[in-house]
Design a protein around this ligand. Structure first.
Ligand code: G6P
Length: 610
């Protein structure tokens, strides 16, 4: 979602803004802008569209001689993408960029309009700028102005602010939306995440809720929620600048698909003990804790909730623990029955998804123990959950998740095995086999699939010009089908639905016409015959069928138009191989259709609004 960057120091600020903004592109955006202090003035350049448009504007009217600037990528919520709605917003002596949503902006705007303020944009952000400006005019003190103004705001925000008369200084504050302060050789920075700053520095401090920071070229002063100053502790990220580059691949998504064999093993290996058994005690999730869990609520959004559907099966099958899955934005509205031994397990790649965070906070309010499976370290969800298991996938830049989801599934599978071992539902051989499947078989199987990219490109061509595409599957394959369908539609814009294989005939089969593509996931030998019957139902109505099944599945020549065979070394090998296949099919379809693979329209990587 929206991205923030700011810099004050001795170097030229505008090129740093442009570089940082390009590294924020992955979050998803529809307009972009920057504000730079030049002498006593603030120069504002902003526009609807991509960074290329901003570059053109800067070529026509260069902004030079600035060493203090803020920049922003906007993902529209209040007010359509347009030049005027783009950030930064300037009101009176205040220029700011904002991530999040000010929920009571209408009431605040009404009060300000009554005092004569006229708004140019449709954004909640301009209202925030006007309110801070009013407080700044009253107090003459930026920190006091921020404290006064934010006391009236409801919602989530991270602001980077330039105040007139405060040369060389950027002020920042956050509540609900992430923001970091970072220290470089040539000055201080703010950013919504460290990825945007990797070319400049790796030392950062994750700002706390309600924290205010004032940074200049030489110093950074932090104020806690109460207004007391404190010295920030900087930590060093392990991410390298290369992590945010394509490394020779045409798209980040493809790079991240190829990273999966290593990522899956890298997620599980640190949680395998000398006996080859899953062991999460170093994550604070030890056998004593796991053996006390009687029920699991899995809560997440998007692909993470799809990982959750698989996770619930693992917990029930391997650990014998009843597990239910909830879409995070719904969790609070239908409070599910829970006991004190209900573990609320939230899953989030970014660690910042607003709905997941709200559900986590709700669970904590109810006194339930919480565990977060998170990729991005030191993020809000990771920090606020009682316990956290990092998936160690490394930075994921493509908006559509691949290795993030892959490692979530791997982590959940290993966690369920650890829980089964802890409560006695699984024996050591079962748990050891799960671990081996994830650390050895699945990576090898994924590599086998990645060696067959031509197959997926050929399959993709058959999907591109259809109005509807279906994925069907039973059991775990149905859960995987949901992710497969989402992947295809989010990046190629081809409409695709996932159906439990037995359910299609209860209505939706009416959409099957001659040639309608149906991709059948049939990876479980125990369910193969039943799924094959469902395949026949659509095939006899003319569907174009692509079957994904194990190497040993008995498939007659007339069963499918195309068969993609999957390694069968272990259940993990087959499932992860199928995952790579469906990801590659989505990728190749999007490439074939000329879509912006890494930055699909309207989507954001990290959804920080509810
Ligand atoms: C957005 C992304 C999805 C992602 C979902 C949850 O919608 O576009 O790819 O699955 O958020 O994100 P999280 O970071 O919480 O896993």
């Amino acid at each position: 979602m929206c991205g923030i960057i700011g810099y004050s120091g001795t170097a030229n600020a505008v090129p740093k803004m442009m570089k940082g903004l390009s590294l924020l592109e992955y979050r998803g955006y529809d307009s972009v802008g920057l504000a730079a202090q030049v002498g006593d003035e603030v120069k504002l350049v902003k526009c609807k569209g991509r960074i290329g448009v901003l570059e053109e504007k800067l070529r026509d009217a260069p902004v030079e001689g600035s060493s203090c600037a803020i920049g922003h990528t906007r993902w529209a919520t209040h007010g359509a993408p347009s030049d005027v709605n783009a950030h930064p917003h300037r009101v009176g002596g205040v220029t700011l960029v904002h991530n999040g949503i000010i929920e009571n902006y209408k009431a605040l705007a009404g009060a300000l309009e009554a005092q004569g303020v006229v708004f140019a944009s449709q954004t909640d952000t301009e209202v925030a700028a006007a309110l801070i400006d009013a407080c700044y005019r009253r107090t003459g003190d930026p920190v006091a102005a921020i404290r006064q103004a934010t006391a009236h705001m409801r919602g989530a925000y991270a602001f980077g602010i330039l105040f007139d008369g405060q040369k060389g200084r950027i002020y920042a504050v956050r509540r609900g939306s992430p923001l970091i302060l970072a220290k470089g050789q040539d000055g201080y920075y703010i950013a919504s995440d460290i990825t945007a700053l990797l070319p400049f520095t790796r030392e950062y401090h994750a700002m706390d809720e309600g924290e205010i920071v004032c940074l200049s070229g030489q110093t950074a002063t932090c104020y806690d929620e109460k207004g007391d100053t404190f010295t920030p502790v900087f930590q060093k990220t392990t991410l390298t600048p290369e992590a945010a580059q394509k490394g020779g691949y045409p798209h980040f998504m493809l790079k991240e698909i190829y990273e999966q064999p290593r990522a899956a093993a890298g997620c599980v290996s640190p949680r395998v003990n000398a006996a080859g058994l899953p062991d999460f005690s170093a994550d604070g999730v030890d056998a004593a804790f796991l053996s006390g869990v009687r029920q699991v609520h899995i809560v997440a959004c998007g692909s993470a909730v799809h990982a959750g559907y698989l996770g619930a099966r693992f917990f029930e099958d391997i650990a014998g623990i009843p597990a239910s899955v909830y879409i995070a934005s719904e969790y609070r509205y239908h409070p599910p029955l829970s006991g004190e031994k209900t573990l609320v397990l939230v899953i989030s790649q970014s660690g910042e998804t607003a709905d997941t965070l709200a559900a986590l906070r709700y669970a904590k309010e109810k006194g339930l123990p919480t565990l977060a499976v998170v990729n991005a370290v030191e993020t809000t969800i990771a920090r606020e959950a009682d316990r956290r298991v990092y998936t160690y996938a490394g930075p994921e830049i493509a908006v559509a998740t691949t290795k993030g989801y892959c490692t979530q599934v791997a982590a959940l599978w290993a966690l369920a095995a650890a829980a089964g071992l802890a409560n006695g539902h699984a024996d050591a051989d079962t748990a050891r086999a799960v671990v081996k499947g994830l650390v050895e078989d699945a990576p090898a199987a994924m590599k086998t699939m990645l060696a067959q990219r031509d197959t997926f490109a050929a399959a993709a061509k058959g999907l591109a010009d259809h109005e509807h595409v279906f994925y069907i599957g039973r059991g775990a394959d149905y859960a995987l089908a949901m992710e497969a369908a989402l992947k295809l539609k989010e990046i190629s814009y081809v409409h695709c639905e996932a159906y439990a294989a037995g359910e299609l005939k209860h209505g939706t089969i009416s959409l099957i016409e001659p040639g309608t593509p149906v991709l059948v996931l049939a990876t479980d030998p125990a369910l193969f015959e039943k799924t094959e019957s469902n395949l026949r139902e659509v095939r006899s109505r003319g569907a174009y069928v692509i079957l994904l099944c194990r190497e040993d599945a008995a498939v007659t020549a007339d069963a499918a138009d195309r068969v993609i065979r999957l390694p069968q070394t272990s259940p993990a090998a087959t499932l992860f191989a199928a995952l790579v296949a469906v990801q590659c099919i989505a990728y190749e379809t999007a490439v074939f259709l000329g879509c912006d693979v890494d930055r699909p329209r309207n989507l954001a990587k990290s959804v920080t609004v509810e």
